[in-house]
Design a binder for this molecule. Structure first.
Ligand code: AMP
Length: 414
C-alpha cells in the first residue's frame, strides 16, 4: 500500500512525497492504523526501521484533524534519553509539518533555557524532550503538561539505562489520565516489560523480527584480513567505491585517528568523529559527510550513537566491536528506511571470538568472503602508501642532510 492511498491531510501527503517516502516501512504499516484509532502501542523496534515516522505520521494526522483547545496547548510529549535523539525526532516532525500550523520544539539541557522558553510562549503543539530540562521548564511554569493527549516514549530501554525510571513515572502523574501512550524500545527485558505494562492499556504489540535484528535491507559479510593488512584493504575498497558514502567503524579513538592518517597518506580524505573531539568539530565532520563533501566518515561506537544520515551505502567494520549488540547498531547506519545497504567486516584471527559472539547475538552466521593470498599481495602491491613512503624518505633525507651540513660548518668555524 502506498502513502498516497492513505486518507491523510493534503500537506502531510505532500511532505511525505517531498521526503521521498512512498510506501510505509513494516513498523509504519503496522503502527499507523492503530495509532489513528487511538490505541496504545508497544513496539520493539530498532532505529533504522522507520520508527520515528511510525509515530510522527499518525500523530500529525491526528493533530491536523482536531483543533487545539487554545494556542498554548501542548498536545503531544515525546520523551527521549538524549539530546541528539530529541533533535533528530524534532527534525522529522518539522519535515512532516511543512505548510501546516503545527509546531514542534525540542527542549534539552546543556544550552540556555531562554530560546526554549520564548518558543514555548508562542505556543507549541509537540514537545520532544529529555527529562531534566522538561521538569525544569515545567517547574518554572513555562511548559504545561496538563493538557497532553499523546505521550510517546522513545528508546525506553536507554531511558531506563540512564536512570530515568522515576522521571517517567512523574510525567505520567502530571499529564491527564486520559491520554494515548506509544511506547518504543529497541530491546526488551523484564524491567522494560514491567515499565511498558504500567504505562500502556490494552496495547497493540509490534515486534519486528526479534530473532533477526538486522534489517532485511542490509547485506552483510565478513572477510578474514590480518590486522596489518586492514589499511590496504580499506584503501582498495574506498578507491573502488569512490562514489559511495561510506562509514568506517573502529574500536577506539586512537585507532580512528590512525586510520584517518593512513588514508591521508594515500590521498583519501576522511573525517573522524570520536568522543575526544569538540562538539563543534563533530558537528562539522557530520555536516560535511551528510552533504557529501567528504565521502568517508571514521567513527567509534559511542560517537556514532543516534546519528541518522541518509544514503550511507556501505559500513565497514574495520575492527569488530567488543559488544556484539553494537554490530547491529553499526550496520544499521546503512539500509535505512527502504534503502538497500551493504556492510563488510574485516576480521583478524584475534577477533574470531568477537565474530562468534556477534553471530550468537544475531542468531545466524555471517556470510564469509574468501580472501586469497593473491588478493592480499595485490592490495599490498597497489597501495599508494609505498609511493608516499619514498617521498617521505627523500624529504627526511633532505632534512637530515641539511642538519648535518649545518653542524659540520659550525665545527669548522670552531
Ligand atoms: P528511524 O528508524 O526513525 O531512525 O528511520 C530510519 C530512516 O528511514 C530515516 O532516515 C528515515 O528518513 C527513513 N524512512 C523512514 N520511513 C521511510 C519510508 N516510509 N520510506 C523511506 N524512508 C523512510
Amino acid at each position: 500500500m502506498k502513502f498516497s492511498q492513505y486518507d491523510f491531510h493534503r500537506s502531510l501527503l505532500a511532505n511525505l512525497e517531498l521526503l521521498g517516502f512512498k510506501k510505509p516501512t513494516d513498523i509504519q504499516f503496522k503502527a499507523i492504523p492503530s495509532i489513528l484509532k487511538g490505541e496504545d502501542v508497544l513496539a520493539i523496534a530498532q532505529t533504522g526501521t522507520g520508527k520515528t515516522a511510525a509515530f510522527a505520521i499518525p500523530i500529525i494526522q491526528k493533530l491536523l484533524s482536531r483543533k487545539r483547545r487554545h494556542d498554548n496547548q501542548i498536545r503531544c510529549l515525546v520523551m527521549v534519553p538524549t539530546r541528539e535523539l530529541a533533535l533528530q525526532i524534532t527534525s522529522v516532525f518539522h519535515q512532516l509539518t511543512v505548510g501546516t500550523d503545527i509546531i514542534a520544539l525540542s527542549t534539552y539541557g546543556g544550552v540556555s533555557q531562554d530560546l526554549q522558553k520564548e518558543e514555548l510562549q508562542y505556543g507549541v503543539d509537540i514537545v520532544v524532550s529529555t527529562p531534566g530540562r522538561m521538569f525544569d521548564l515545567n517547574h518554572q511554569g513555562d511548559l504545561q503538561l496538563d493538557e497532553i493527549e499523546y505521550l510517546i516514549l522513545d528508546e525506553a530501554d536507554k531511558m531506563l539505562a540512564k536512570g530515568f525510571y522515576k522521571d517517567i513515572e512523574d510525567v505520567v502523574r502530571k499529564i491527564p489520565k486520559r491520554h494515548q501512550t506509544l511506547f518504543f524500545s529497541a530491546t526488551i527485558n523484564k524491567e522494560i516489560k514491567d515499565l511498558a505494562y504500567s504505562l500502556v492499556r490494552n496495547p497493540i504489540r509490534i515486534q519486528l523480527s526479534p530473532k533477526d535484528p538486522v534489517s532485511k535491507n542490509i547485506t552483510h559479510a565478513v572477510a578474514s584480513i590480518a590486522m596489518d593488512d586492514k589499511r590496504f584493504f580499506l584503501e582498495r575498497y574506498l578507491l573502488d567505491h569512490a562514489d559511495q558514502k561510506i562509514m568506517v567503524f573502529v574500536r577506539t579513538k586512537v585507532r580512528a585517528e590512525r586510520v584517518q592518517l593512513a588514508m591521508q597518506r594515500v590521498g583519501i580524505e576522511a573525517n573522524v568523529i570520536h568522543g575526544g573531539k569538540e562538539q563543534e568539530e563533530r558537528e562539522s565532520a557530520l555536516d560535511r559527510f551528510r552533504n557529501g563533501e567528504v565521502k568517508v566518515l571514521i567513527a567509534t561506537d559511542v560517537s556514532a550513537r543516534g546519528i541518522d544520515i541518509q544514503g550511507i551505502e556501505t559500513v565497514i567494520n574495520y575492527d569488530l566491536p567488543e559488544i556484539a549488540e553494537n554490530y547491529v547498531h553499526r550496520i544499521g547506519r546503512t539500509g535505512r528506511g527502504r534503502e538497500k545497504g551493504y556492510a563488510l567486516a574485516f576480521c583478524d584471527e584475534s577477533e574470531i571470538p568477537l565474530l562468534r559472539a556477534i553471530e550468537d547475538y544475531i542468531g545466524k552466521s555471517i556470510q564469509s568472503i574468501p580472501v586469497s593470498k593473491t588478493d592480499t599481495q595485490f592490495v599490498r602491491l597497489t597501495t599508494d602508501e609505498k609511493k608516499n613512503d619514498w617521498q617521505k624518505l627523500l624529504d627526511d633525507a633532505a632534512v637530515e642532510a641539511a642538519a648535518f651540513l649545518k653542524k659540520s660548518k659550525r665545527k669548522k668555524k670552531k
